[in-house]
Design a protein around this ligand. Structure first.
Ligand code: FES
Length: 126
């Protein structure tokens, strides 16, 4: 985790974001979504790169992947909880929460915001 320093703005308490939960806050003229995955916080601007939808307010769900058995036969689709996604509510673009990168288009990504947790409080960069 990077220390934000003097530009840190208090946006909430640690308990405001449970595991796989989120907090969406207005900071100045930006809206920021903050997520917790495996105990760690990730924050992004609430603007989808596709057409500007409120991406951080979409569904949080696991990656969906095809299950392949030992004989290399497809056995249907399964949820893979090792990679959690945020799904933009406007047109369904999916982004990996821990990276902000689009699930299938690696050159498309959310705008990352620095976030830090200290003393039971959550701070983002100004
Ligand atoms: S604006 Fe997010 S998918 Fe279109």
């Amino acid at each position: 985790m990077t220390a934000i320093g003097k530009t840190a703005i208090l946006v909430g308490k640690s308990e405001d974001i449970a595991e796989l939960g989120r907090l969406v806050v207005d900071v100045g003229d930006r809206t920021i979504g903050i997520f917790r995955v495996q105990g760690r916080l990730y924050a992004y601007e609430n603007t989808c790169p596709h057409q500007g939808g409120p991406v951080c307010q979409g569904k949080i769900m696991p990656k969906v992947r095809e299950k392949i058995d030992a004989d290399k036969k497809a056995r249907g689709m399964v949820f893979d909880r090792s990679e959690m996604h945020i799904v933009c509510p406007w047109h369904g673009a999916e982004y990996v929460i821990t990276t902000g990168v689009h699930a299938v288009a690696p050159d498309v990504r959310l705008t990352t915001i620095e976030v830090e947790e200290r003393g039971g409080e959550i701070y983002v960069s100004a």
